[in-house]
Design a protein around this ligand. Structure first.
Ligand SMILES: [Zn+2]
Length: 432
């Protein structure tokens, strides 16, 4: 590989960020608050006129600027690296818990077909969509995919993403699914962004199994899952459980088998129809049920009463010009709502979490605070890492954003085409 390898050990250092207009979502007595559900989404502690101290890769302390000298007295000046936030806000980097950014080609041609009147399902039925991506995987080298994926990772890093989940699902043969997961593993060595990996062999049915779908499910169960587990290539298993795709029964079989191998289930649920996916998500203890454009009152209530996080993907509803999930009903019912980008070549070709926050506010009527919590602490919770990431607390990972100067948090969503991210620190190192 020709790109720099990250995560090499540097000498210890202490970074002090001064003159922070507002430090957002701080946890004073950090007691492993692992998620924010329902009305807790409105509770966001801020410290105005603040400083933050980072040692190595962890947050060690923070407070009001008037107390900074006292706090710094335990360090030698020569140990300190000072950074002036210049009136910017400081907050956790975004945790984007749902993406498909390792794919062979962008699909703007289909975008044109859709604009000309073809539906997503028609495009898929004509061999387009996911199948089109899977077919073209054979025409492209690993190096080309890695290079394009690193470009996407670099782009999302610049808009504040510090942690990202990436799914396979454009292979749809055992060898190509393994190949994609190995590429995801390789990417981890070449980016400062934390990557979490998901096996999504159940993304679509390959054309040759159109009339024998259970045969493909058997390949997933008895060949793909054991191989993924043997090479430790994924932490999660996902199923696209939807009308015309994987049935509830097939999803259940895949989850049952994958759990035996230590994979944690998550699910694509109710994007196009009331598929029964929410019931399966709850029954099988999926860490997250994602999409949720179509929900009945009963489904909202049962999701809110469960441990499964409701992950909303407003970029997909925006790009496909479909209706947005009912975020307010979920929050009112007490659900844990997370926001993710669904960055993929067919239905959401953007991983810009600032834009997702803007869409959450403009199209789903979430408040800026709710949207930020959903994109940080609850995104981390949807990946099971909110004990380490997603808020400002002592001993949490120093994955933080400094914004341009702002008068209030709502500016993030209001100024929706501006990249308000000034600097990004991941694991204690400045990377933007
Ligand atoms: Zn997806």
């Amino acid at each position: 590989m020709h790109t720099a390898v990250w995560h090499n050990k540097n000498s210890m250092k202490i970074t002090v960020i001064e003159n922070i207009a507002s430090l957002i979502n701080v946890e004073r007595n950090f007691s492993r608050r692992l998620r924010q559900s329902g009305s807790e989404l409105d509770k966001c502690s801020q410290v105005d006129d603040a400083y933050l101290i980072v040692k190595d890769d962890k947050i060690v302390s923070f407070g009001k600027m008037r107390d900074i000298d006292n706090d710094l007295s335990r360090y030698k000046e020569s140990e300190l690296e000072r950074e002036d936030a210049g009136g910017g806000f400081v907050m956790s980097a975004f945790c984007d818990s749902h993406t498909h950014i390792v794919f062979p080609h962008t699909r703007e041609k289909e975008f044109g077909e859709r604009l000309a009147g073809m539906s997503y399902e028609q495009i898929a039925a004509n061999g387009g969509g996911i199948l089109n991506s899977a077919k073209s995987l054979n025409d492209i080298s690993d190096e080309q995919i890695i290079k394009a994926s690193l470009k996407r990772l670099n782009d999302v890093l610049r808009t504040g993403t510090g942690t990202i989940e990436i799914k396979s699902g454009y292979g749809l043969t055992s060898d190509n699914e393994i190949r994609l997961l190995r590429i995801i593993k390789e990417l981890k060595r070449h980016t400062p962004v934390t990557i979490k990996s998901t096996f999504l062999g159940a993304h679509a049915f390959p054309a040759e199994y159109k009339n024998n779908r259970d045969y493909y499910v058997n390949i997933i169960l008895h060949d793909m899952i054991p191989r993924v587990a043997e090479e430790k290539l994924a932490e999660y298993v996902d199923v696209f459980c939807e009308r015309g795709f994987f049935s509830v029964g097939q999803a259940e079989k895949i989850f049952d088998e994958a759990v035996k191998y230590g994979l944690i289930p998550r699910i694509h649920a109710n994007q196009l129809s009331h598929s029964g996916a929410i019931d399966i998500a709850i029954k099988k203890h999926c860490i997250s049920a994602d999409h949720l454009e179509e929900m009945t009152e009963k489904e909202i209530l049962s999701l809110a009463a469960s441990d499964t996080i409701a992950t909303l993907l407003p970029g997909c509803a925006f790009f496909m010009d479909t209706h947005f999930p009912n975020a307010k009903a979920l929050i009112n019912a007490g659900a844990t709502v997370a926001l993710a980008s669904d960055y993929n070549p067919g239905t959401s070709p953007s991983g810009n979490m600032l834009f997702m926050i803007a869409l959450a506010c403009i199209k789903m009527k979430m408040t800026p605070v709710q949207a930020l919590m959903a994109a940080t602490i609850n995104g981390a919770a949807a990946l099971g890492i909110s004990d380490r990431k997603g808020s400002i607390a002592e001993n949490k990972c120093a994955d933080i954003i400094i914004t341009n100067p702002m008068s209030e948090l709502g500016y993030l969503a209001y100024s929706y085409t501006e990249n308000v991210i000034n600097r990004v620190m991941l694991a204690g190192k400045w990377v933007v």
